[in-house]
Ligand binder design. Structure first.
Ligand code: TAP
Length: 453
């Protein structure tokens, strides 16, 4: 029996029978049967159904947010913002079925046109850190393009995905189009990746599992998109608004208790302002409000599990240079305090590996060239920030940092209308914006001869 916990209290909130490989096969069969009917739904009708689903998600936002906070321990304010994004994502892609445009290409002797065809059954495998949000980034474009889907949430956080399946059914999405299967990744997830009737796998999770998925998908030449780990740099130049950069830096890495692929977990600071930056950051870290996810003032909840807390702690051995430490509750719950390690070297383990917890490495740099070199000295390339008042430098540096998304004088990474995804070992493909549709469709070229023989 799968016991679903509340990580803030360690209480069991739900017991579920985990699915088996046979259940995975049955879900793929339902999705395969539903595919010809779903792709044949007129684009305007598919739009209408997705809009109805988006409206239903809007009206269930509070219910979903409370469930997400209970299952992940994230602050209720964060969950509300996430559920707003889930509904917005469906509203955005509801407009897409009638906008899947093709080309007309000038050729001799006839007419040449392209179509964007759906792929078929797509398997979506998602992690526990933003359970329904990341699932929505995959489900909405997949459905808008005419695919049917099987969704495997993480075993630790299946509750909002199951609720989503009910909401989709009630909103009139036809039987078999959306299939949620809760079971272990090594069985259910693996089965989806190898299944001959699955056309594509869209995965978000660790780089280690991403590698396995890419390998296993080779057997059936499946399309694969991967959103993987990160070790993003927050680059602070001496000419930045230091107070703002230092005040914002904690939320950029302690938000979601650091369990965020976009966490700015390396702060690179120009050496001439290194000490000033740390002094300015200190009160923001010490006052970071860690505690009850249902207290409206809370900024950070617990980690997801006891096992994960062990992993995070291993990056802060007794002799680690802890420069600043925040507060965390004691007693039940998988708590860990916000922790700043400084000064660190970019070669140190805590600066190289994705910790996925509230631990940040602060590293000095000498000049622009050194900042770019250190920012790029990682296997990852997902997100990052640049803090400077010099616009020309901001653009120059942004073009040279090897990441899929970057922000200047801001910590944001994700918007519904803009492409999101990683370079290097942070992944393959893009989610969100119109770009995501490229990854849920295949281009078909049709030539029609018009000249008489
Ligand atoms: P993983 O351990 O990689 O798990 C992700 C999902 O894959 C879970 O549903 C898991 O199932 C499943 N899975 C595990 N082994 C599998 C296999 N052999 N075949 C198919 N599926 C398998 O990641 P996590 O610990 O949940 O999440 C943290 C990681 O996700 C971090 O590295 C983080 O950076 C990354 N992440 C990346 C992004 C983006 S957008 N780049 C966003 C969020 C998170 P079970 O857990 O149920 O067994």
């Amino acid at each position: 029996m799968l016991e679903v916990l509340n990580p803030a209290t360690e209480e069991v909130v739900e017991r579920l029978e985990p699915a088996t490989e046979e259940d995975a096969d049955a879900a793929v069969a339902r999705a395969r049967d539903a595919f010809p009917k779903w792709r044949a739904v007129e684009p305007s009708d598919r739009s209408r159904l997705l809009r109805r689903l988006a409206d239903a998600l809007d009206s269930e936002r509070e219910n979903l947010a409370r469930l997400e906070s209970q299952n992940t321990g994230k602050p209720i304010g964060d969950s509300r913002a996430e559920m707003e994004m889930v509904a917005e994502t469906f509203h955005y892609y509801a407009g897409m079925p009638e906008r899947l445009l093709g080309d007309t290409i000038p050729v001799s002797g006839g007419v040449d046109v392209t179509f964007r065809e759906p792929l078929g059954v797509v398997a979506l495998i998602v992690p526990w850190n933003f359970p329904l949000t990341i699932a929505s980034w995959k489900m909405a474009p997949a459905l808008a393009a005419g695919n049917t889907l099987v969704l495997k949430p993480a075993g630790l956080t299946p509750l909002t995905a199951l609720e989503f399946e009910r909401i989709a059914r009630d909103a009139g999405i036809p039987e078999g189009v959306v299939n949620v299967v809760v079971g272990p990744g090594s069985q259910v997830g693996q089965r989806f990746v190898e299944h001959p009737d699955v056309a594509k796998v869209a995965f978000t999770g660790s780089t280690a599992v991403g590698r396995k998925i890419m390998e296993a998908a080779a057997g059936t030449i499946k399309r694969v998109t991967l959103e993987l780990g990160g070790k993003s740099a927050n680059v602070v130049f001496a000419d930045a608004d230091l107070e703002e950069a230092a005040g914002e830096a904690p939320i950029a890495v302690f938000g979601n208790a650091g369990q965020d692929c976009c966490a700015r977990s390396r702060i690179l600071v120009e050496r001439s302002v290194f000490d000033d930056f740390l002094s300015l950051m200190q009160p923001a870290v010490e006052n970071f409000r860690v505690g009850d996810p249902f207290d409206e003032a809370t900024e950070m909840g617990p980690l997801i599990s006891a096992e994960h807390r062990e992993t995070v702690s291993s990056y802060v051995p007794d002799d680690a240079p802890v420069a600043i430490r925040g507060q965390a509750p004691e007693g039940s719950g998988f708590w860990y305090p916000p922790t700043v390690l400084a000064p660190l070297n970019n070669e140190d383990r805590a600066a190289r590996e994705e910790i996925f917890g509230p631990v940040v490495a602060v590293i000095p740099f000498e000049d622009e060239e050194d900042a770019i070199r250190q920012a790029n000295d990682t296997i990852y390339g997902l997100s990052g920030s640049i803090w400077t008042r010099n616009v020309a430098r901001a653009l120059r540096v942004a073009r040279q940092i090897e990441t899929g998304v970057l922000s200047v004088n801001s910590n944001t990474s994700v918007r519904v209308a803009t492409p999101f995804g990683g370079m290097k070992q942070s992944g393959v493909g893009r989610e969100l914006g119109p770009h995501a549709l490229e990854y849920y469709t295949e281009i078909k070229n049709v030539y029609l001869a018009t000249e008489e023989d």
